[in-house]
Ligand binder design. Structure first.
Ligand code: 5AD
Ligand code: SF4
Length: 444
């Protein structure tokens, strides 16, 4: 029997792509191993969002070279798409280079390799059946990813994604709802809808759903108790999405709305297509909602030309919004992007300084916001048990980690009875990044 090993980097889209690749290989009779040294086929699913991620790929490929005899190496994902056949030059032991749109053709590509082809590439964006994933092998037993839209038609000046994942292609609502229904029947209770920009979803079939209507429809699938979605572009984020969340408690009250910068000048240089005021209007919609919608964001510091004053505006935006959590990044130059042509690149040390100020500012917000939750009761999906702390690991609808003790199930033997269930948990303590609590045992 042939064996394979796979390593994955990058966003949830990439993680889900790997699930599709794994499922498809298992269906071909391959078996999966945990050590690359013992595998016949080694796949590396890559990310190129920042330079560091890309450097890591070539470093790792070099390590693989040590023991390359008789093995087939494949590079998948965003670095594969970006670098294409150039990868064969930098890493001659690699014989397969394939981007995310070509995974449906993976079995054929492997046959080509077996029949003696030394080098095979899959770099087209025309695979119309890329969404149909009959063999997906999901990693998480409760939460399932569903791709609803591939690619991106925006042109943010810093971003490599339009080049690595191609133009936008939406999946039909019928295919999405079928998959959600099937997942519910298999026992999944949480769905995460995925796309580079889910808000620009347009159902290509006659039903013609937009994103808010699709969200409502997924929220009504029998057996699905939580629906999340990522990621949103503020330009395409409409009030109707907030209304949908207000209407249906099964739609999680969490929205990830990347802002990138609080300065209009920088937003314009980034080609983000919205102003700070327009972004804040969307934040207001969420703050005015009946349900308490948690908001998270992405911030880039040190974009070319970002002055101290621009940076201060990002800090003031953090104060104005009071995000529930953020991801912060130092600007990184990417091939093919418009920002390469901009002047006034910011020194690395200055970017580091700004990023640590961002994190410090946000930490204070999170400590305060979390402390306000002490005493509240939150519905919590049990994800597992942490032996080291003696606590159950839980996640709230707002996407917070809420670790808790359970008076009736204090020990790990009870894992099978609790993992995957939804419990009411009272928050008793708070930290900057998570909450701790106690399950309300009497009623469940
Ligand atoms: N440099 C730094 N951060 C970036 N991101 C995207 N491209 C870059 C880049 N060139 C960040 C953005 C995006 C998140 C996924 O990664 O904040 O929202
Ligand atoms: Fe990385 Fe972006 Fe590709 Fe996701 S889409 S793997 S974040 S480069």
């Amino acid at each position: 029997m042939k064996t394979f090993y796979i390593e994955t980097f990058g966003c949830q889209m990439n993680a889900h792509d790997s699930e599709k690749v794994v499922g498809s290989l298992l269906s071909q009779g391959y078996s999966r191993v945990d050590q690359w040294e013992t595998a016949d086929l080694i796949l590396y699913n890559t990310c190129s969002i920042r330079d560091k991620a890309e450097q890591k790929v070539f470093h790792r490929l070099d390590q693989f070279k040590r023991n390359a005899q008789g093995k087939v190496f494949g590079v998948l994902g965003c670095v594969a798409q970006q670098e294409g056949a150039k990868i064969f030059e930098r890493a001659p032991h690699v014989s397969l280079v394939a981007g995310s749109a070509s995974y449906a053709k993976l079995p054929q590509m492997l046959v080509q390799l077996e029949s003696g082809n030394r080098r095979v590439t899959g770099l087209d964006f025309d695979a119309s059946d890329a969404f149909e994933t009959p063999y997906t092998k999901r990693d998480n037993p409760h939460r399932a990813y569903i791709t609803i839209i591939e690619g991106c038609d925006k042109a943010c000046a810093y971003c490599v994604v339009p080049f690595t994942r191609g133009p936008e292609r939406s999946r039909t609502s019928e295919s999405i709802l079928n998959e959600a229904g099937e997942l519910a029947r298999m026992g999944y209770s949480e769905i995460q809808l995925l796309g580079q920009n889910v808000n620009s979803y347009r159902d290509p079939s006659a039903a013609g759903l937009d994103f808010a209507r699709l969200l409502r429809a997924v929220g009504e699938v029998d057996g699905i108790r939580r629906v999340r979605f990522t990621t949103s572009h503020p330009r395409d984020f409409v009030q109707d999405i907030v209304d949908a969340i207000d209407e249906n408690p099964y739609l999680c009250n969490h929205v990830h709305l990347p802002v990138q910068s609080g300065s209009d000048r920088i937003l314009s240089r980034m080609q983000r297509l919205y102003t700070r005021a327009e972004y804040m209007r969307r934040i207001e919609w969420m703050k005015k909602a009946r349900r308490p919608i948690a908001i998270s964001t992405d911030i880039i510091v040190g974009f070319p030309g970002e002055t101290e004053e621009d940076f201060q505006q990002t800090l003031s935006l953090l104060d104005a919004v009071e995000y529930d959590s953020i991801f912060g990044f130092k600007y990184s130059k990417r091939p093919n992007t418009a920002a390469l042509a901009l002047e006034d690149h910011i020194p690395e040390e200055e970017k580091s300084r700004r990023l640590s100020i961002v994190f410090e500012r946000q930490r204070a917000v999170q400590i305060r916001r979390h402390s306000e939750l002490v005493g509240a009761v939150e519905e919590t999906l049990v994800e597992g048990y942490n032996q080291a702390t003696g606590q159950w690991i839980g996640r709230t609808s707002q996407n917070r980690t809420l670790n808790f003790v359970h008076p009736r199930f204090p020990r790990p033997q009870a894992a099978e009875t609790l993992a995957g269930s939804y419990l009411e948990v009272r928050v008793t303590r708070s930290g900057p990044n998570s909450l701790a609590g106690e399950a309300i045992a009497g009623i469940q």
